[in-house]
Design a protein around this ligand. Structure first.
Ligand code: HEC
Length: 163
């Protein structure tokens, strides 16, 4: 089964590191909405895409577990759900100005930058849905919680993700 890959863990750790990092200015670095200096745009885009990739790559396994096609594994479901919730908490902070389509290959829609509050609200829904998935005690509960979580993906993507 796929667990949280090292690259995503590093992204999360370095993200939370940014929150406490000394904000000494460097040319070529972007600033987050608080004005703190963060990593360069390409690195930020890569981090958020890897987080999403991790979430996406587990969806099929969780879906099969929810349908009873493979055995329900509580440890796996808990690890996945909690990881999704951690990613959801970090996610809105990975869209500082200057990391839109002008900065590289990204599917981040311009609406994110004009409506960061609405975007963050979608991420909050994903976080709550991830915690519900993590708490699922059996396949029947997982089935309901998984469907609810999948609804949050579509809701955010339809408004804030574009090619
Ligand atoms: C808060 C909004 C939001 C939610 C909720 C959300 N996504 Fe995303 N997702 C995005 C955005 C924005 C991108 C584009 C990121 C970029 O290219 O910089 C994206 C990109 C992706 C990608 C492509 C990653 C890549 O390698 O480029 C996958 C796969 C994905 N999402 C899966 C999911 C799944 C599965 C869920 C639900 C469990 C989900 N997303 C929930 C906003 C969201």
């Amino acid at each position: 089964m796929r667990m949280l890959p090292a690259s995503v863990v590093i992204s999360l750790v370095s993200f939370f590191g940014v929150l406490v990092a000394d904000a000494a200015g460097d040319e070529g670095h972007t600033r987050d909405h608080t004005g703190a200096v963060t990593r360069d745009a390409a690195g930020i885009i890569n981090s958020r895409q890897e987080m999403m990739s991790y979430v996406g790559s587990n969806m099929r396994t969780v879906s099969r577990m929810a349908k009873g096609n493979i055995e329900f594994n509580r440890d796996y479901v808990r690890a996945f759900g909690l990881s999704v919730s951690a990613i959801a908490a970090a996610f809105p902070h990975l869209f500082p100005e200057g990391t839109g389509k002008e900065a590289g290959t990204t599917e981040a829609d311009a609406a994110i930058f004009s409506d960061l509050g609405g975007f963050a609200a979608e991420a909050t829904k994903l976080g709550a849905a991830g915690r519900a998935v993590a708490m699922s005690a059996d396949a029947a509960e997982l089935s309901d919680n998984f469907s609810a979580m999948a609804g949050t993906c579509t809701s955010c993507h339809s408004q804030y993700r574009s090619r």
